[in-house]
Design a protein around this ligand. Structure first.
Ligand code: NAD
Ligand code: UGA
Length: 456
């Protein structure tokens, strides 16, 4: 029986290993973390993260062939394959601060693996890393002088939050990068054999290590670039009375463009798009590719602009002041179906509105606790948190839709309108509502990248 270890029990490590354990009953899968609270949550009825379908899978395999533990050294020693899925945030200090990846967790893990290994191991980069990190990993591991051979592979993860289980069970592709040497090819084959338990062989792509590392950064950069592109178009639409949804549909029906990831929004969020683009930008700068760095940096700058633009439009519409006005924020998570608020556009939007001295009532079905934490340092009594959207909107001057939670589409907006201060405004930053119906109720409706429907 193969023993697989995953270091890092986060959004990627937990769900990925649960699916591997479920699909490979012939493997023993152990997930370890330095965060003891996280590990005990994985062992409990209430998992540390919310993902549709995750609880059922974990329930099926936990303590059968999936184990969570804080005992890192002993589990390293027993493992044949070690996935490293620790966090790789943007560096906040020193050289490259604000752009480069902070590799401290990564390097600490490498040294732990070295200390506790007595037999040959395959070490798999699951975290998203700068190109050529595998080389640094190999240098740390293979110069340890303990006679153990480490083969490092890159196997980036492409799952999206909210659809993690579906993405893991039915991925578009699995990418495995390794060295073109005998030990490298053998290691790649071992990992292919794991995934081949449930993924058709033609969807398992094998490449050289650097292509695999780079492809992960480039995939996220391309996805984010599409969002920034359509968001730039939403600004042109507002200026010209074109409709961004119609433009998206028109360009997206060209099969060369495709209709995914061209949904205009208040801006992209999430723990990875911005960090991975900045990582790519830093890499380009490192190699002296200034023009290329500037090109990709613009995707991030456009995203900041879109968030500010949304708030500026709100202020301008509400007679150039929101001081002491109650504004209900519908949705704080960075996207629907997750409680994750990392880099959520809601953070910048709320902070800008608070700078303008608005009174916010933040509502979200899953992210209230995280919202409270994100805004804790600025809130100072001017933010209320309320799960119930009806209560949140009572006595409000405006509603801003910031996350595309489906439940916001089926609320009783007649009831909400009656309880609001008039004139009542709705700013639909995700274009999920029936704007004509809202206008008929009496709302002044400001969709994103579309003509307004106002009574004023
Ligand atoms: P996360 O912060 O949710 O989890 C990382 C975990 O690693 C934490 O629980 C932390 O305590 C643990 N950890 C850190 N150092 C450790 C050490 N030395 N030993 C043991 N545990 C340690 O992060 P995440 O969202 O799962 O992301 C992990 C990586 O995967 C990142 O590189 C990210 O870019 C990438 N990724 C994330 C997603 C996503 O949707 N979140 C998708 C694809 C790729
Ligand atoms: C993204 C990628 O989709 C995954 O493939 C990748 O593995 C992951 O990053 C990662 O590396 O962490 P995720 O951030 O979970 O996944 O979510 P997405 O669905 O990509 O959404 C990201 C942001 O873009 C959200 O704020 C979402 O609302 C926004 N978005 C998405 C738009 O504004 N418009 C769109 O058309 C699509």
């Amino acid at each position: 029986m193969k023993t697989i270890l995953c270091i890092g029990a986060g959004y990627v490590g937990g769900p990925t290993m649960a699916v591997i354990a479920k699909q490979c009953p012939d493997c023993r899968v152990v997930v370890v973390d330095i965060n003891a609270e996280r590990i005990s949550q994985w062992q409990s009825e209430t998992l540390p993260i919310y993902e549709p379908g995750l609880t059922e899978i974990v329930h099926d395999v936990v303590n059968k062939n999936l184990f969570f533990s804080t005992e890192i050294g002993e589990n390293i020693e027993k493992a044949d394959i070690i996935f490293v899925s620790v966090n790789t945030p943007t560096k906040t200090f020193g050289e490259g601060a604000g752009r480069a990846a902070d590799l401290q967790y990564w390097e600490k893990t490498a040294r732990q693996i070295l200390t506790h290994s007595k037999s040959d191991k395959i070490v798999v980069e699951k975290s998203t890393l700068p190109v050529r990190t595998a080389q640094a990993m190999e240098r740390i591991l293979n110069n340890g002088g303990n006679g153990v051979h480490f083969e490092v592979l890159s196997n980036p993860e492409f799952l999206a939050e909210g659809t993690a289980i579906r993405d893991l069970l039915h991925p578009d592709r699995i990418l495995i990068g390794g060295h073109d040497t005998e030990t490298g090819r053998n290691a790649v084959q071992s990992l292919v054999d794991i995934y081949a338990h449930w993924i058709p062989r033609e969807r398992i792509l094998t490449t050289n290590l650097w292509s695999s590392e780079l492809s992960k950064l480039v995939a996220n950069a391309f996805l984010a670039q599409r969002i920034s592109s359509i968001n730039s178009v939403s600004a042109i639409c507002e200026a010209t009375e074109a409709d961004v949804t119609e433009v998206s549909a028109a360009i997206g029906s060209d099969s060369r463009i495709g209709n995914k990831f061209i949904h205009a929004s208040v801006g992209f969020g999430g723990s990875c798009f911005q960090k991975d683009i900045l990582n790519l930008v830093y890499l380009c700068e490192h190699y002296g590719l200034t023009e290329i760095a500037d090109y990709w940096h613009q995707v991030v700058l456009m995203n900041h602009y879109q968030k500010r633009r949304f708030v500026n439009r709100m202020i301008k519409t509400m007679f150039n002041t929101v001081v002491d006005k109650r504004i209900a924020i519908f949705g704080f998570a960075f996207k629907a179906n997750t409680g994750d608020t990392r880099e959520s556009p809601a953070i910048a939007i709320c902070k800008q509105l608070l700078e303008e001295r608005a009174h916010l009532i933040v509502s979200d079905p899953k992210a209230i606790d995280n919202a409270r934490r994100e805004l804790g340092d600025v809130a100072d009594g001017t933010v209320d948190y309320e799960v119930d959207p009806y209560v949140a909107a009572a006595d409000a001057h405006a509603i801003a839709i910031v996350t595309e939670w489906q439940q916001y589409q089926s609320l009783d907006y007649e009831r909400i309108y009656k309880a609001m201060v008039k004139p009542a405004f709705i700013f639909d930053g995700r274009n999920i509502l029936d704007h004509k119906a809202l206008h008929a109720i009496g709302f002044n409706v400001y969709p994103l990248g579309k003509p307004e429907l106002a009574h004023l």
